[in-house]
Design a protein around this ligand. Structure first.
Ligand code: KIV
Ligand code: ZN
Length: 386
């Protein structure tokens, strides 16, 4: 039987940390409602103690969403947890996301502390957060570079203290997919109480591995994926929501599913991009302008014969209105014929050959041949044959 993967969306927290992407509370509420309609399980709405604006956003999102869990980030500090608990008061389901560094580099150079002290502080933070009567998620920051035995000890201790979810972040995007997967597997094998908590994966994209690492973590037993729309986030970004959802939908053989209503993906991608003034790169998987555009002759011909020759996802499944055949000097007759037909002009045989020769001249002049160019091409051809 297929197992559910919870989608924890952090577009409004990790995503919003991107310079220049800051949103007003009203805008965050609009996105949060769309995320709920999209089917995410958890919305990380902000870091309440970080600013009055973030606090207000968590309050307003808690009021606005109907059933999705709303989460507030904290450090392993009393004031952070108190403020997050207050911000979540209106949430139908609230979650405090607390944690501390787990790698030696963080312990030594960020906290100037010791393994034993950070472990103790993590356990204290979970115990304290649990008293607030919300779900508690613990993050072991920089777990991707942490000593595995120590990480396992830390995770076991915070689960014993009551953590409902344990997040194993690859904070610096350092891991390789098979090694990140092995980390998750190691925790399942060495943390005696691991089945009392949901294991969550939170991967950054510094080496372009965020989605691959996330999927590897899920294959190895994690059941929550932390993601952002369009993969936005610190530095090179976070794991992208659309890539995880569509990977699981495309590879049903993995036996994992999400509740994401995939046909809403494109609209929310556009909305987040516009509101955050963060353009989507054209070749971005699933939601980029070129994700369903075919431009070389061989691909166009194959696509027009049978879409599955060159598409593994039906664009309608992610809310993209249609695939597109882009006309360039690399396009062939099949593509030209198809685009002319869309404009109501049927061309065959010699007529198509003549038009194609003209078309190549135009295409060599311009990068892309658009409908206006095609209309002019047909008109000039008609003049020539009169
Ligand atoms: O990348 C990270 O480690 C984080 C934590 C705060 C969860 O964003
Ligand atoms: Zn992060």
């Amino acid at each position: 039987m297929s197992q559910k993967v919870q989608i924890f969306d952090t577009t409004l927290r990790d995503g919003e940390q991107v310079p220049g992407c800051q949103l007003k509370t009203e805008e965050k509420v609009v996105i949060a409602k769309e995320l709920e309609a999209l089917g995410v399980d958890v919305i990380e709405a902000g870091f309440p103690i970080s600013s009055p604006g973030d606090f207000l956003s968590v309050v307003e999102i808690s009021k606005a969403v109907k059933h999705t869990t709303v989460c507030g980030l904290t450090r392993a500090k009393k004031d952070d947890i108190d403020v997050a608990a207050e911000a979540l008061l209106h949430a139908k389901h609230g979650r405090i996301h607390t944690g501390i560094g787990s790698s030696d580099v963080h312990i030594k150079h960020k906290f100037k502390s010791t393994r034993e002290q950070v472990l103790e502080q993590g356990v204290w933070a979970v115990t304290y957060a649990k008293q607030k009567n919300y779900e508690v998620e613990f993050y072991a920051e920089d777990a991707g570079r942490a000593d595995l035995e120590f990480l396992a000890r830390m995770i076991e201790a915070v689960i014993a203290a009551g953590a409902d979810v344990v997040n194993i972040p690859d904070t610096t995007g350092y891991c390789l997919p098979h090694l990140y997967g092995k980390r998750i597997q190691y925790l399942f094998e060495h943390v005696s109480n691991i089945h009392k908590a949901v294991v969550s994966v939170h991967c950054h994209n510094d080496l372009g591995m965020a989605t691959a690492n996330t999927i590897s973590g899920l294959i190895n037993g994690a059941r929550q994926a932390e993601v952002t729309v369009n993969g936005i986030g610190e530095r090179a970004g976070n794991t992208s929501l659309e890539e995880v959802a569509m990977t699981l939908q495309t590879h049903k053989d993995l036996g994992l599913y999400t509740d994401i209503k995939s046909e809403r993906i494109y609209d929310i991608s556009q909305m987040v991009s516009e509101m955050m003034r963060m353009p989507v790169q054209p070749n971005k998987a699933i939601v980029g302008r070129n994700a369903f555009a075919h431009s070389s002759g061989i691909h166009q011909d194959g696509f027009l014969k049978h879409a599955e020759n060159y598409e593994i996802i039906n664009p309608a499944d992610v809310g993209v209105p249609s695939s597109s055949i882009v006309l360039t000097a690399r396009s062939g007759r099949a593509a030209l014929k198809h685009r002319l037909e869309l404009l109501g002009h049927k061309a065959e045989g010699q007529e198509l050959n003549n038009l194609y020769e003209h078309f190549l001249l135009v295409a060599d002049e311009k990068k892309m041949v658009d409908d206006n160019d095609l209309q002019a091409l047909v008109a000039s051809h008609l003049v020539l044959v009169k």
